[in-house]
Design a protein around this ligand. Structure first.
Ligand code: NA7
Length: 566
């Protein structure tokens, strides 16, 4: 595609721009596409759109690529998808040449991979780092989006590709007294890259989701004393991490592209097979033996990934939940602590299942204490520590592992305004509505990679990202070839999709949990199931059908008369 004549050079090296003078009105730079975010979604989007001949400008708030893998560099941070699956499949040389060292890669290794991709495909020159997009407004007349950044840049683009990430907007709970604390306050999701000295210190961790469960065993090894503040006990299964098994690696690498294509036939876009067996197809002894074997092997969805009906039948779910609770009671020496650690208020895996290394055993250490917030809630944070049940627990460091405003948070933190100046916040007042998780009606030419109501966090997110980027690339090519310059989802198609996503979720046990999947962790967030749970093959099939039917549910148009294309 030819760039607009008024396009500025987008191929300059990234550089820190001085903040704009107050009241200065710089002329907007015009490019074909703006990509917001330079994590895995943004990197691939830049590469894809550039390969179509588009001029691309990306913005990234961090000083580096990597997105969530840049920010979440807390001790113990690790991917819970296996490394051989958690990578791009679009370039065979990259797949062949990049070697992972562990079954589940550390944050540092995933970040190195992202950096390698950025360098290998020369993507950095398109990215303005340390720059946050503050506003994106649709201009109907020019059929372009106008962007503002916190550094005063103004850019206009035909295509707006959001690559802001599904779990990227941190949630810092407003606990009374936090601003009075005289020690150090940290968030796992904004961990300092220079590292933190925790040796010998009194450390508090608030939150026991995946981040807390990964960080706690590692912090416990160095802290003088670690106090864990747990609001909801969470199910966790052993990751079974270790060096990559050379035999398995050799098998996968014998036909890596074929292996990855085969994974796309599975619900989660990983090698986990589509399950057909019910937990009750086996007798009790056989079922327990299967759970034992899975627990010993570790990885891939843990014990609840064994049977097809764990997600849909409370009775089947209970067999897996009882098994894990039994393990917790076996591992944790103090029965009272073990009971507090046993989740009882939600079916297993209806909050994201955690994979850990020695999480439960960590509570047997003499320097670790569990505070069960269901029994003794936090009253306030004091200058010296945390007060619960009328006593103060002094701390040097408080670490918040309190999660994210998932799926919608990062989008809503920008001032996005579509047709008629309507804000995204207004459009999503009752919860997010999207068509295929890819577009929002009334926000033309805006694509949301792993957006709300797409499979996103419920499948291997590298598969989700790749699918969206390729779908968007195909759509933009289709439009450009035909001279179209505006695409919008129809309200009807969007309403139908939004209802379908909820309907499928309602057929599972997921709505029974208070979880970020339902938006429950953010006060005031409307309750709605935020991801498509029907599995990758069904989702991808639906997207293909939509395209085959001439972008059914979308309206494509041109500002100038267009010639017919075969
Ligand atoms: P999660 O899974 O949302 O976990 C956050 C944890 O923080 C969870 O245990 C919460 O308890 C707890 N929390 C949140 N707010 C509070 C307050 N106010 N007081 C006490 N405890 C609180 O986030 P993670 O970062 O661990 O993981 C997110 C995803 O990132 C993960 O699934 C991976 O995909 C990567 P709650 O359960 O809400 O009672």
């Amino acid at each position: 595609m030819e760039p607009d004549t008024d396009t500025h050079d987008t191929h300059a090296e990234p550089r820190a721009e001085p903040h704009a003078e107050p009241h200065a009105e710089p002329e907007p730079m015009v490019v074909d596409a703006v990509v917001v975010g330079a994590g895995f979604a943004g990197l691939y989007a830049i590469h894809k759109l550039r390969s179509l001949g588009l001029t691309v400008q990306a913005f990234e708030a961090a000083p580096e690529v990597g997105g969530t893998w840049w920010w979440n560099c807390y001790p113990g941070a690790r991917c819970d998808v296996e490394s051989l699956d958690y990578c791009y499949a679009f370039d065979e040389d990259l797949m062949r040449e990049w070697k992972w060292s562990e079954r589940f890669p550390t944050q540092a290794e995933v970040l190195r991979y992202a950096q390698n991709v950025a360098d290998r495909f020369d993507l950095r020159r398109h990215i303005r780092f340390e720059t946050t997009v503050t506003a994106a407004h649709w201009d109907e007349q020019s059929r372009r989006w106008a962007f503002d950044t916190d550094r005063g840049q103004r850019v206009a683009a035909r295509w707006f590709v959001s690559a802001v990430g599904a779990i990227s907007a941190p949630n810092l709970p407003g606990i009374e007294g936090l601003d009075t604390f005289e020690g150090q306050v940290l968030m796992t999701s904004r961990w300092p890259h220079e590292g933190v000295e925790l040796e010998g210190k009194r450390v508090a961790v608030i939150g026991t989701g995946s981040s807390g469960i990964q960080a706690i065993p590692v912090i416990a090894q160095v802290a003088g004393h670690l106090t864990v503040f747990q609001r909801t006990a969470n199910f966790s299964c052993p990751a079974g991490n270790g060096p990559i098994d050379p035999e398995r690696e050799a098998t996968v690498r014998a036909d890596y592209p074929g292996y990855r294509r085969a994974c796309l036939k599975n619900g989660a876009g990983t090698p986990t097979l589509l399950l057909s067996q019910s937990a009750f197809d086996l007798g009790e002894a056989e079922r327990l033996a299967a759970y034992e074997a899975k627990w010993a092997r570790g990885g891939a969805g843990g014990v609840p990934a064994l049977f097809a009906d764990t997600r849909t039948s409370l009775e089947a779910n209970q067999t897996a939940a009882d098994f894990v609770r039994g393990k917790i009671r076996e591992i944790v020496a103090d029965p009272e602590v073990a009971e507090s650690l046993c989740p009882k208020d939600h079916p297993i895996a209806t909050k994201r299942i955690c994979l850990d290394t020695d999480y439960y055993a960590t509570y047997n250490r003499p320097n670790v204490t569990l505070v069960d917030l269901r029994k003794t809630p936090i009253e306030r944070i004091t200058p010296a520590g945390i007060a619960t049940a009328g006593r103060e627990l002094p701390q040097d460091v408080i670490i918040f592992a309190t999660g994210f405003d998932a799926l919608t948070g990062a989008l809503l933190r920008m001032d996005i305004r579509g047709v008629g100046g309507r804000s995204l916040a207004e459009a999503w007042e009752d919860g997010p509505q999207t068509y295929l998780g890819l577009m929002v009606a009334g926000f033309p030419n805006m694509f949301t990679i792993t957006g709300p109501l797409s499979p996103s966090v419920l499948i291997n997110v590298m598969v989700a990202i790749s699918h969206h980027v390729e779908w968007i690339g195909d759509c933009v090519s289709h439009m450009t070839e035909r001279g179209f310059d505006r695409i919008d989802a129809t309200p009807d198609a969007q309403a139908e999709w939004t209802a379908e996503v909820q309907r499928i979720a309602d057929g599972t046990l997921f709505p029974l949990a208070n979880s970020w999947y339902n938006g429950d962790n953010i006060p005031g967030k409307p309750r709605r199931f935020l991801a498509y749970i029907g599995g990758f093959p069904a989702y991808a099939g639906r997207c293909e059908q939509v395209v085959a039917a001439g972008y059914e549910g979308f309206e494509l148009s041109a500002s100038h008369p267009v010639a017919a294309v075969d």
